[in-house]
Ligand binder design. Structure first.
Ligand code: WQD
Length: 339
């Protein structure tokens, strides 16, 4: 079935995708620079699947090292590219770090793939490319709006680089997967989200508050034009997301793609407000969450949730797990790592 390269494969979504790839019989090699992940995740993966993926510690900004890697790994049939910096707030403070790390690495990998007889490329993109969409739910045809952050801009630019490259490379075909809000953890609680420092995202902040690491959750605003005044997002279980990556890769490996470059939204199709997430967490954890309403966070959009029709019909993929399932798994993971 050929070897699949997963860059950023020790990260949150990457590690869950490696598990699904191995479970589907693929031979996986991971590249990770360990800048935002732990080598212990490798044991977590192999403890689930019984197979230890090949691992290469490599900074993809090092072009000669990327070239050397592909010289010794010519059997690669497909690449799932997660490796990137992804903190929205940090990207505003350090734009060049984001443009260098997220764009130059993508270019170096694509240049190597162009040399292979054929290559299938899956790009980790984000619903952030839509900004605040004018129409909900959001379809893949929604206009890409001016990015609200350098991070979001690197996803927009990345998609354009891939599309332009696929247009002129007969041997290369690609799919960009636009994730909504990935949350949760593998049911085994052997892998999950490992935010470094104070979590920026809602769900890890909730679970760290519930376990006592954080004093109190701040809810960023309840004066939005939504039913309960808090922002709405489409929270998708990371395992559903991981399975979609394998399906998208197989679409390319089997030449089922309809064009050389395609995009798919990956969400549940259901929007949940911050207060609804808190209520769901309290129900599944049977714990009262300590939170307070504070002012809005700069750059937050009001509401975003996916129109999942294209992924349902073209990929034959639909999210199987709901918000309670995801929060239950996130809580089990938090409890496990703090034991
Ligand atoms: C969700 C909601 C916050 C924290 C970001 C990136 C996106 C993707 C996912 C990488 C919002 C509220 C949050 C807190 C809160 N990342 N919130 N208190 O901003 O939708 O998406 O992460 O690909 O690209 O933009 O996710 O989890 O930060 O926020 O009230 O302590 O929770 O205001 O309404 P977001 P989030």
């Amino acid at each position: 079935m050929g070897k699949i390269l997963v860059t950023g494969g020790l990260g949150f979504i990457g590690s869950h995708t490696v598990v699904e790839l191995q479970s589907s019989g693929y031979d996986v090699v991971i590249i990770d620079d360990l800048s935002n992940s732990s080598i212990d995740v490798l044991d977590g993966i192999s403890s689930i699947t019984g197979k230890k993926p090949e691992f290469v510690k490599l900074d993809l900004k090092d072009k000669p090292k990327v070239e050397d890697f592909f010289k010794t790994h010519s059997a690669i049939k497909g690449v799932i590219h997660f490796a990137a910096s992804k903190a929205v707030g940090e990207s505003v403070q350090e734009p060049l770090k984001y443009y260098e790390n997220n764009i130059s690495t993508l270019v170096y990998i694509l240049k190597e793939l162009q040399k292979l007889p054929s290559a299938s490329f899956i790009f980790s993109s984000s619903c952030t490319v839509y900004g605040q969409a004018d129409t909900l739910p959001i379809t893949e045809n929604a206009p890409v709006k001016k990015a609200e952050s350098p991070y979001g801009n690197t996803k927009q630019i990345g998609e354009e680089i891939i599309s332009d490259t696929c247009n002129v490379s007969k041997n290369l075909k690609a799919i960009s997967l636009r994730y909504f809000n990935p949350i949760g953890a593998h049911e085994s609680a052997k892998i999950g989200e490992l935010p470094i420092g104070v979590p920026q995202n809602l769900v890890p902040f909730i679970t760290q508050t519930a376990i006592g690491i954080r004093e109190q959750l701040s809810v960023f605003g309840n004066d939005y034009p939504t039913p309960d005044g808090t922002c709405i997002r489409d929270y998708i279980h990371v395992v559903d997301l991981a399975k979609a990556h394998v399906i998208a890769l197989e679409r390319l490996l089997k030449n089922d793609n309809k064009s050389n470059y395609e995009t798919f939204n990956l969400g549940t199709g259901k929007g949940s407000s911050v207060l609804e997430v808190i209520e769901s967490f309290e129900r599944v954890s049977e714990k009262k969450l300590n939170y307070k309403i504070v002012g809005r966070r700069e750059g937050d959009i009001i509401s975003a949730y996916a129109d999942t029709k294209k992924a349902n019909e073209e990929l034959g993929w639909k999210a199987q797990l709901n918000l309670d399932d995801a929060l239950r798994s996130a809580w089990k993971w938090e409890q496990t790592i703090r034991e």
